[in-house]
Design a protein. Sequence first.
Length: 194
Amino acid sequence: MTDTPFLTDRFDDALAYVSRLHRAQTRKGSGIPYVSHLLAVAAIALENGADEDQAIAALLHDAVEDQGGLAQLEAIRARYGAGVAQIVADCTDAHEDPKPAWHPRKEAYIASLAHKPARSLAVSFADKTHNAAAINADLRAHGAVVWSRFTGGKGGTLWYYRALATAYRAHAPGVAAERFAREVDEMKELAVRV
């Protein structure tokens, strides 16, 4: 990561590209356009010191899972380069459709974090931080019904986020890992209260 991110026309192109890719999607259990998540992840990554490749990967981090699998990864590589494509691949927990079973897929992703480069972990932090913050906001607004949106339900979702926090602290300790861990701590507190 650099001290001064510099965004060029590549980033602008990625903004338009990701908007087209995800235009028809909404966030789980809401009418919120999915692109809001992608913009938030890029913002968090930039706030944490991401460079342009990481910021572009943050925008595109769900494109492989949600919009075309490995063919989409190759399109990203051709359009934005190998560095962006590698980060996107590292943030993807399934390339195939249908996806493997939820729990083993999440276990494999957590285990893989030990071997991911710091550049990829930075984008993963940003993604999971926004996801956790959104869950927390929804729990405050809607209560326990929020857990029904998730394949893992309440127990599986709490397990996954706690395991991520432990892995991030172990493999990439620092401000970003602690920011995520604070969201997870709040999620655990809200899970008891709502």
